[in-house]
Design a protein around this ligand. Structure first.
Ligand code: SF4
Length: 63
């Protein structure tokens, strides 16, 4: 079961993760948040994409 979160200390609010994976991330004020700590089945690849594309590496994943 893959787990994901957003490190609010690092997030710069660029919204890229929300554009890449709108089912997984949302904006809360000026920071992104993971909609769920547990990544739904079938969304793992898109979650990895979002994590890799985050410009400040603020999306740690636990596999
Ligand atoms: S891609 Fe990274 S910096 Fe940009 S909103 Fe998402 S978590 Fe924040």
């Amino acid at each position: 079961m893959m787990k994901v979160k957003v490190d609010a200390e690092k997030c710069i609010g660029c919204q890229l993760c929300v554009q890449v994976a709108p089912d997984l991330f949302d904006m809360a004020e000026d920071k992104a948040v993971a909609k769920s700590e547990t990544v739904p089945e079938g969304q793992e690849d898109i979650c990895r994409d979002a994590s890799q594309q985050c410009p400040v590496e603020a999306i740690p994943i636990e596999e």
